[in-house]
Design a protein around this ligand. Structure first.
Ligand SMILES: [Zn+2]
Length: 350
């Protein structure tokens, strides 16, 4: 606890320093030599202040720029802790090209323990892209990532997990953008090379003028090879998910040619399972949710997945699956609110 407080004081000094002199990501990437640089982008909106921490690791040899983002949701801990371990382990001499690492994109959500949203403006950073230069803190973080980080990236990896209330099966995912076949193929290959068992592809129907909403969808829209890892759940740090994320990142970095001098380890020995369709079951009404199922369970069409009661314990309705598939994520805690995603069922359609 004391540690956290003293860290916050040190960081605030950095914030005021960087306001005097801030270097763009491009300027840092263009500097000569091999180095690691930790930098802070300060964000000011009316009376609210926050910051975006960014680490750049540049290797000796030329190569792609691989961006790794954690903590867009600050209550999703395994991605954040996996990136903390990477920051300790990765040395510039083992890097080809460069890495841009955002260890915690939403520091207010992390420090204040706030699921989904930034407590400064109550906005969800993951639906704020492309953001706004003169908007609220969340809009400005999204704008910084959109303008400073994504255009300087060759590959963009955004890491999430189940938030405080979400039970989630680890998977790696990308958008199946048919009019950018080369990028889609690269994202698919990186997903396979991560050796995470479940590989999910989402349909992509975004027009160039549509709001991208999500960070890795923004990168996909900008024509960058983009993907996301989802691992971890229910607001705790599970060592197996931290290890899974870290190993998957090392496997991807080796495949992209960004990392040398390491023998990759398998995340899983089992064959990859591709899931190219998703069925989202929404919460039909507010109440208390019960289910004996967990993420990773297989379900059948018409199977009862759980039920919702009122505060008096009266059953209001059953939740029924519309498809055969596997539970990618579900609400894992009792309260449910109308319209939220209650289950995401993944399946494959050839
Ligand atoms: Zn998330």
């Amino acid at each position: 606890m004391t540690n956290l407080i003293s860290k916050a004081v040190v960081l605030s000094v950095f914030v005021s320093f960087s306001m005097m002199k801030s270097q763009s990501i491009k300027e840092i990437l263009n500097q000569n030599g091999s180095f690691r640089k930790d930098t802070i982008f300060s964000i000011k909106s009316e009376s609210k202040e926050t910051y975006l921490p960014v680490t750049i690791v540049k290797g000796k040899e030329k190569g792609p720029v691989f961006t790794i983002v954690a903590g867009i949701h600050g209550y999703e801990y395994p991605p954040i802790i996996a990136v903390q371990e990477l920051l300790k382990e990765i040395q510039p001499e083992n890097i080809k090209g460069s890495l841009i690492i955002i260890p915690i994109a939403n520091v207010e959500s992390f420090q204040k323990r706030t699921p989904f949203i930034n407590p400064l403006d109550q906005k969800n950073l993951n639906t704020a892209f492309p953001g706004l230069s003169n908007g609220t803190p969340t809009d400005q973080i999204a704008h910084l990532i959109t303008k400073e980080i994504i255009p300087n990236s060759t590959i963009f990896l955004d890491i999430h997990g189940g938030d405080a209330s979400e039970d989630l099966l680890p998977f790696v995912c990308y958008y199946n953008r048919k009019d950018a076949a080369e990028n889609t193929k690269k994202a698919h290959e990186l997903s396979i090379k991560s050796r995470i068992k479940y590989v999910v592809s989402y349909p992509y129907t975004l027009k160039s003028t549509d709001q991208s909403k999500y960070a890795f969808k923004e990168a996909t829209q900008q024509g960058i090879t983009a993907l996301s890892i989802e691992a971890g759940k229910l607001g705790t740090v599970q060592k197996e998910n931290v290890d899974l994320i870290k190993t998957a990142i090392y496997n991807m970095l080796e495949h992209s040619g960004n990392y040398i001098m390491r023998k990759s380890k398998a995340v899983t020995k089992k064959a990859t399972v591709l899931l190219n369709q998703q069925d989202y079951i929404r919460v039909p009404e507010n109440g208390i949710f019960y289910s004996n199922l967990k993420s990773g369970d297989k379900v059948k069409k018409n199977q009862i997945l759980g039920y919702i009661t009122d505060e008096f314990g009266n059953k209001k309705q059953d939740i029924v699956s519309q498809t055969d598939g596997i539970i990618l994520y579900k609400v894992g805690t009792p309260p449910v609110n109308k319209g939220e995603t209650l289950f995401c069922i993944g399946y494959n359609e050839l």
